[in-house]
Ligand binder design. Structure first.
Ligand code: PGA
Length: 255
């Protein structure tokens, strides 16, 4: 089964309306996507969603959010519902990013409820998982990843896997400038794919795109993308500049 190649920009808490306009004006002419199975996604702050959707209309880019709440609506000050994202034109949502887990106390159980809500609202979920440096050094990477994958996905309907992607983002690589080596990334992706195979079967394991994230830059993107089980990249810092994000997306022209 051929899986799509997926490139996701995660802008985190950066950019104004004017900067967003300038970014897409610069990015769109730089893209060389001749392969229809390549998907381009940009996760922007809530305040930029409507503008980003408008600016990318008719382009291959889909706009998404970096978080959402699991409830349909209610007295949840400061939160955003899936239906609100959908209404504004969002097509996907990042869930369980390590910054959400670490800085805002999100648990696997909470993330699981968000996954179910995203699925019910026809938003494509990108589930983020990853280990700390201590966990890797202590030989606990596989245990950590299997716990996250299991606790976030246990009992979810099979159809959820049709739109799900999983991003492996080692916490030691995020924002540090230390990208995982392509070998380590491939090894860990293979572990995740085997875990999916054991628990949900071949169809799910062969279908779910696995993305790598953590200090991805244009220089390392081709080698990461050449790995058998790396289907895409989740890019933070290097996605803030249109030129560097375009280089990552256009990785084939660099090989
Ligand atoms: P980074 O962020 O590319 O800046 O390391 C990746 C992420 O947090 O998704």
């Amino acid at each position: 089964m051929t899986r799509p190649s997926i490139f996701v920009a995660n802008w985190k808490m950066y950019k104004t309306l004017d900067q967003t306009k300038a970014f897409f004006e610069e990015l769109l002419p730089l893209l060389q996507i001749d392969d229809p199975s390549t998907k381009l996604l940009v996760a922007v702050p809530f305040t930029l969603l409507a503008l980003a959707v408008e600016l990318t209309q008719g382009s291959p880019i889909l706009i998404g959010a970096q978080n959402m709440n699991d409830a349909t609506e209610g007295a949840f000050t400061g939160e955003i519902a899936a239906s609100m994202l959908q209404e504004v034109g969002c097509r996907f949502v990042l869930l369980g990013h390590s910054e959400r887990r670490r800085l805002f106390g999100e648990t696997d159980e909470f993330i699981r409820r968000k996954l179910l809500r995203a699925h019910a609202s026809r938003l494509q979920p990108i589930l983020c998982v990853g280990e700390t440096l201590e966990e890797r050094d202590g030989g606990q990477t596989e245990e950590r990843l299997s716990t996250q994958i299991n606790d976030c996905l246990e009992g979810v309907p099979k159809e959820l896997f049709d739109s799900l992607s999983i991003a492996y983002e080692p916490i030691w690589a995020i924002g540090t400038g230390h990208c995982a080596t392509p070998q380590i990334a491939q090894e860990t992706h293979l572990f995740c794919r085997d875990y999916l195979r054991q628990h949900w079967g071949n169809q799910v394991a062969d279908k779910v795109p696995l993305l790598y994230g953590g200090s991805v830059n244009p220089a390392i993107a081709p080698e990461l993308m050449a790995q058998a089980d790396i289907d895409g990249l989740l890019v933070g810092g290097a996605s803030l500049k249109a030129t560097s994000f375009a280089k990552i997306v256009n990785w084939r022209s660099a090989v």
